[in-house]
Write a protein that binds this ligand. Structure first.
Ligand code: GAL
Length: 681
């Protein structure tokens, strides 16, 4: 049984860098951690040179010393493979291991993640160092698990080295067999892109106007994902040979152009996630994201991690200000926010919380990315808060192993996520609906899951969801169409938005009537469609007297057979044209909506389709609070999370027990600013 996530209790850890501090500090640090309630440290993810200071010269003394101390103190260790930062001697001598910009310029030593996955030279060095570390530290009694690399595909998910081009060709040969098939799939007859030999095919390169063949880019994203998955597997296959049977393998995700499901299945016991909700309060607009959701956006990523295997840990949980000296500036968490974000992670399913980091770095790029302690290491407010959290985690420990409970799901596929990144029209509708539906769910206290349609997905997996949104099912294949039908037949409600079914798996547009493979299931014919021009203003439809906005795009719909029109557009030249069609199939129904979903629109769907605020008979909360429910053995745990600075008044409609204090509560419950509560019947 692995030490973490064994359903027994919620465990607290921190990320520690023994190589950043004089060794006499270690003992004091470990004692203070243990005293605070921290019982696990993650180490060594950037420490390659400590093990192999020069090519072929190995030295384990440094970490042997640290691990011996951990063993003596009873501190558990997650050991990392240090492959995110190759040593200078390696990249200088073997520049082919480096990743490159699209124009071919190599990314040089000095930052991190500057290697490419496909260099056979780097793979050889990595196999060697991982083998030696696994052999040496695998049996160590203090070690409880392993982290592969660090944040695979973070910093960049684009790889343009020569090794990548060579590997891309092999990937395409295996997929298409002949150049002729590749030409067909990529539609290379357009703009005279036809290839005559594999040697002419490259990873995307600098082109005029940046308009690389979209079918090629879709395959390239699949290739990047494949490379990253093989990268994790290369390492996990080695680790498995040496580590103790109960020890786990994880990595800290989740990043773009990566089929995280495949990586987790092939290589990991579970996924961990790095949660920095404070970015939303930062000065850098690139990281602020949705200005209304702010730190509640982290719930989107936490739900994405939960979609992988249901159980996960947090490998890096925010405990201080954000900032690289080059970018990303965000303030110190206000009193209560570390607790709030910790409970947010747990509410969404995490059973392990590791704070990034124990002491703030005094050198290098991350001097402003604060940990629990500041540079001096003196006791401070944040340490006191973490100590208080440790008490809370002990108090709620019985909920470990419980599952997040949602009756509403948002369907996704990797192909559609990637297509939305490369396709401007798809991206516009997708981002609107993803945020719209998530926000509606957050503010109406309707828990949601993300659910991925994959090769082996079954209707049984979809059955627990009363309602599934598939906001923009752009790329659809026969298998997924059949699966959606089976879900509806068995009684589910499927809600589709505009732009469904117009592309096949190559990313080419279908010539059948839209929504292509979904026409029968939706009972809908899309006769015309358009992006909404700014001068049109906002487009609405009338659904039984309720106005719903069709955002970004409008499909003009026409019902087929016994399908029913539920709403019609109320303005623009398509006024009176159907905007929402319902078709019954078996015990369920499919609704096709012609637009993208704003928050208000998604809220109307939740209300009208009977899945709105499923716990409203138990607890009522204001909008500033999130409600999450975890469930185990038929018992529900209610998380009430107040994201506002001001106090929030909730109403308990039945008597519930406050797990932090043991008191029984009913009626008004006032949460202080950033306050949290975990309640149970
Ligand atoms: C994470 C990363 C850490 C640290 C932290 C702060 O993305 O895994 O190593 O860099 O961010 O930047």
């Amino acid at each position: 049984m692995s030490y973490l996530l064994n359903g027994d209790r919620i465990i607290m850890g921190t990320d520690y860098y023994p190589e950043h501090w004089d060794s006499p500090l270690w003992e004091e640090d470990l004692d203070r951690m243990l005293d605070t309630g921290i019982e696990v440290v993650r180490v060594a993810e950037f420490a390659w040179s400590k093990f192999e200071p020069r090519e072929g010269e190995y030295d384990f003394d440094f970490f042997d010393g640290f691990l011996a101390l951990c063993e003596r103190k009873g501190m558990r260790v997650i050991f990392c493979t240090p492959t995110a930062t190759p040593p200078a001697w390696l990249t200088e001598q073997y520049p082919e291991v480096l990743n490159a910009r699209m124009d071919g310029v190599l990314y040089r030593h000095g930052a991190r993640r500057h290697y490419n996955y496909n260099s056979s030279v780097y793979q050889r060095f990595v196999s060697d160092i991982v083998t030696r570390l696994a052999e040496h530290y695998g049996p160590h009694p203090a070690v409880i698990g392993w982290q592969i690399d660090n944040e695979i595909n973070c910093e960049t998910n684009e790889f343009y080295s020569e090794s990548d081009t060579a590997a891309f060709r092999e990937f395409l040969k295996a997929k298409y067999g002949t150049v002729g098939e590749l030409n067909r799939a990529w539609g290379t007859v357009f703009w005279n892109q036809t290839y005559t030999a594999w040697g002419e095919v490259h990873v995307p390169r600098t082109t005029l106007s940046g308009a690389t063949n979209p079918h090629e880019v879709l395959d390239y994203k699949r290739f990047v994902s494949d490379s990253a998955c093989r990268w994790a597997k290369l390492q996990s296959d080695i680790l498995r040979r040496y580590i103790k049977p109960d020890d786990f393998i994880t990595t800290n995700g989740i990043f773009g152009d990566l089929d995280n499901h495949r990586m987790a299945e092939e290589s990991l016991d579970f996924m961990t996630y790095d949660s920095y909700p404070n970015m939303a309060y930062g000065l850098d607009p690139r990281f602020v994201g949705n200005r209304r959701l702010k730190d509640r956006q982290a719930g989107i990523s936490l739900s994405e991690v939960r979609a992988l295997q249901g159980r996960f840990g947090i490998m890096e949980q925010q405990s201080g200000a954000n900032g690289w000296n080059t970018a990303m500036a965000a303030p110190t968490p206000r009193p209560g926010q570390i607790t709030l974000w910790t409970m947010q992670s747990i509410a969404h399913g995490a059973d392990y919380i590791s704070y990034f980091r124990w002491r703030t770095a005094t050198m290098g790029t991350e001097i402003y990315w604060h940990g629990i302690l500041d540079y001096s290491g003196r006791d401070n407010r944040r340490l006191a808060e973490v100590r208080d959290i440790a008490g809370k985690l002990r108090a709620v420990s019985e909920l470990a192993g419980s599952k997040y409970r949602a009756e509403v799901g948002i369907l996704e596929t990797y192909d559609n996520r990637w297509d939305a990144e490369l396709d401007a029209w798809h991206r516009l509708v997708e981002t609107t609906s993803r945020e719209g539906i998530f926000s509606a769910a957050q503010y109406s206290h309707t828990p949601v899951d993300f659910v991925y349609l994959r090769e082996g997905s079954t209707a049984k997996e979809l059955a627990p969801y009363k309602l599934l949104f598939y906001p923009h099912a752009v790329i659809v294949n026969e298998r997924h169409a059949a699966l959606l039908r089976a879900y509806v037949e068995q009684g589910g409600t499927l809600v589709l938005g505009c732009r469904a079914g117009y592309k096949d798996e190559t990313g080419q547009c279908v010539q059948t009537r839209l929504p292509g493979l979904l026409q029968e299931l939706t009972g809908t014919d899309v006769t015309e469609y358009t992006l909404i021009a700014p001068e049109e203003g906002r487009i609405f439809a009338d659904w039984g007297g309720t106005q719903i906005e069709a955002a970004v795009f409008t499909d003009e719909l026409s019902p087929l057979g016994d399908a029913r029109v539920l709403a019609r557009y109320t303005n623009s030249y398509y006024r009176g044209v159907p905007a929402l069609i319902e078709k019954r199939t078996g015990a369920g129904r499919t609704l096709y909506f012609g637009g993208a979903f704003t928050e208000e629109t998604a809220r109307v769907f939740l209300e009208k389709l009977g899945v709105f605020a499923p716990e409203r008979e138990t607890v009522e909360l204001p909008e500033c609070c999130e409600l999450a429910v975890r469930e185990k053995n038929g018992e529900k745990y209610y998380f009430l999370l107040n994201y506002s600075r001001e106090e929030a008044r909730c109403e308990l409609k039945q008597e519930l027990r406050n797990l932090y204090t043991g008191e029984r509560l009913s009626g008004e419950l006032v949460l202080p600013g950033y306050g949290t509560a975990v309640l149970k019947a």
